[in-house]
Design a protein around this ligand. Structure first.
Ligand SMILES: [Zn+2]
Length: 290
């Protein structure tokens, strides 16, 4: 550009527009976070998290803030004719927000869209066999976490997850655990930990527990951890997260080292606000969730 004054005017104008837009977004984010939590939302949260009233007050307040921020940032898209309701949005936001308590977090900043199907859905994947032949195959899924800011869920399965919060099955916890895992750059069972020193014991203990679960799966033995977690380390972390929040007493008794690692990561102890229930054995086959 030949006129340097005009150049600086244009650059300054664009920078000004960007700054105003950024400040406006921050203001709306701040306002959404500070807005009172509606009473009818609280009713819905109690339905989604039946132990809500047993949680310490500071955790309840954190949960409410995370839910407001979650609903402010995430776009819900109804699929296959589903009309997304407030109950659906709040149920998913409440379960996902459990994973954020007591931790520095940007509220699943990589997740922008949540696609919600009425029930299980069919997804077509490209696969490559050992000989390098690439083909496509269809899979029926209850949930799926993508790297590109999308989470796909079946509302039917979301409801089943909150209907029984003691069975170690919760597709929302599972898929959003994958999203936490992906924040490290790869979905591999190693999320971002609080310090470099924490990675050593995390790798040692989770690898040992993963291999143990693979042995259990091979011999068909039942354990508090669903054998779907033996699929790979990423699925192991997601399945362990489900157990940590849904069956904390059983997990801590049967897998104390794993429980301690998850306790250090999630910074909450669900045993303090979960009812003590007998562990469920001989679980029904887990639906496919990736
Ligand atoms: Zn999964």
């Amino acid at each position: 550009m030949r006129d340097p004054v005009l150049f600086y005017v244009i650059v300054g104008g664009l920078a000004g527009i960007w700054a105003v837009a950024w400040a406006w977004r921050r203001y709306r984010w701040y306002s959404a976070s500070k807005a009172p939590f509606p009473e009818n939302w609280l009713t819905q949260v109690r339905k989604a998290l039946p132990f809500y009233d047993h949680m310490p007050k500071p955790l309840q307040e954190q949960l409410q803030t995370h839910i407001k921020q979650f609903l402010f940032r995430k776009q819900f898209v109804g699929c296959a004719g589903l009309v997304v309701t407030e109950e659906m949005r709040l149920t998913i936001a409440a379960c996902a927000s459990l994973l954020l308590l007591n931790r520095p977090t940007l509220n699943f900043r990589n997740v922008r869209w949540i696609y919600l199907y009425p029930a299980e859905f069919v997804v077509r994947h490209t696969v490559q066999d050992a000989a390098g032949v690439v083909s496509t195959e269809d899979g029926v899924l209850a949930g799926e976490a993508w790297h590109n800011g999308r989470v796909i869920l079946s509302w039917d399965d979301v409801q089943q997850g909150v209907y029984d919060f003691n069975d170690g099955r919760n597709v929302v916890l599972h898929e959003f655990a994958h999203q936490l895992d992906a924040e490290s750059g790869a979905m591999n069972g190693a999320p971002l930990l609080r310090s470099k020193g924490a990675y050593g014991s995390w790798a040692t203990i989770l690898s040992r527990e993963f291999n143990s679960l693979r042995d259990h799966a091979y011999f068909g033995a039942n354990t508090v951890l669903d054998t779907y977690g033996a699929t790979n380390p990423a699925e192991f972390f997601a399945v362990a997260t489900e157990s940590f929040f849904e069956e904390p007493d059983s997990l801590s008794e049967e897998h104390p080292e794993l429980f301690t690692e998850l306790l250090a990561y999630y910074q909450v102890d669900p045993r303090e606000w979960r009812p003590k229930v007998a562990p469920k054995r001989a679980k029904a086959a887990k639906k496919v969730i990736s």
